[in-house]
Design a protein around this ligand. Sequence first.
Ligand code: ATP
Length: 455
Amino acid sequence: MSAKLMEDVMSLCKRRAFVYPGSEIYGGLANTWDYGPYGVLLKKNILDFWWKTFVQDRDDMVGIDSAILMNPRVWEASGHVANFADPLMDCKSCQERVRGDKILEEHLKTTIAGLSNAEIFAKVMDEKIPCPKCGKVNWTEPRAFNLMFKTYQGVVEDTAEQIYLRPETAQGIFVNFKNILDSTRMRLPFGVGQYGKSFRNEITPGNFIFRTREFEQMEIEYFVRPEEKEALFDQWVADYKTFFEKLGIPNDKLRLRFHEKDELSHYSSKTVDFEYEFPFGWGELMGIADRGTFDLDQHTKFSGEKLQYRDPVTNELFVPHVVEPALGLTRTFLITLLSAYEEQKLEGDEMRTVLHFAPQIAPVQVAVFPLQKQQSEEATKLYKELKPLFRAEYDESGAIGKRYRRQDEIGTPLCVTMDFQTVEDGCVTVRERDSMKQERVKVEELKTYLFSKLM
Ligand code: ATP
């Protein structure tokens, strides 16, 4: 994969209504992105697919939607106030700011783990790593930069009123653990899923929507008995492998990387990352972490509320352990696009750009065309019948070949064309995106046909 792929995908995103630069008419706001008419559909379809797979279809899962703004004590308890920081280094010559660990990783072309700020500084200076902007080696020593966005609640901008935009959705689940136990009949092992916006004041956002300051997550906290934890951890890894496969992510673009002991977050005793081979190299897609009893213990300590589970059979009272699969929605959106994108050479000099989306997540599932204006009325009628059942689009402008190309570019799996023969034989032409094969299907059998191909 090359940098060109990223450029091509970004250009397609802008051209075909997937992603636009944020606040563009005002000159933009760095690293913010807006999801356009097809982008919002793709994002929602990925989210719905995740929700259906991991919440709706399972008896051991429920969902929650907690507030983005939380009592600041939550973030003291979770360790984010003390620990959620990156090593920030300034170039003394041009004032460029970088993440010390990241420029070291890029330079050494490997993941580094568990280095103190002093060690990062020593290595950066030893390796004479230059400033990416001005090329000089003139760094300040790293200082811890907390990634949480601060804001104020109410009318007084006073530190007493200072709160944070949540940097992850997970804590909203932990603080509701008791509520969920008291108000539902969930029994161990069980999990709670939550999706939504999170905010991190990243020092080096970039690579399109890979790392942004405002992003979306799909997280699960899965509560277990300690003795069943290992097997369930492995099960989550397997379940997510299947999920990515169904999403259309090629196996050879994914790898698992277990964190070294000295790399683990403060709350975790075991973490594995799913990494994806992005055009800029391997990068994290998601993490599955064994969080032990850390979060429930901390919130018990800070809130005074006992967060425990009573076994309904043995009456034993204990703090469950937690396995956390944490996935970024916007990052999944990016890998879905990168994996689906292809520029295909056709016969002669002809080219087409095609997005090979799985039918479940394609923004448009079926496009309906009249071959010529004469069939407009009938084709519109068919389109109106299909629209409540499938994500459908109608197009009658331009040559049929052009219309196919337009649908290929947004990843529409099937196109249905009505032509002059339809009146005689009651059939339409269905054209499949990937093979470009066409077949005649009876109009009265079309819905069943589409259900079998698209759902
Ligand atoms: P990274 O090492 O890339 O900074 P992280 O290990 O801090 O990520 P987690 O805290 O484990 O990330 O968050 C879970 C998931 O949320 C990540 O795997 C990623 O998919 C997503 N995510 C985290 N930070 C961002 C961001 N700034 N922009 C987009 N997605 C993000």
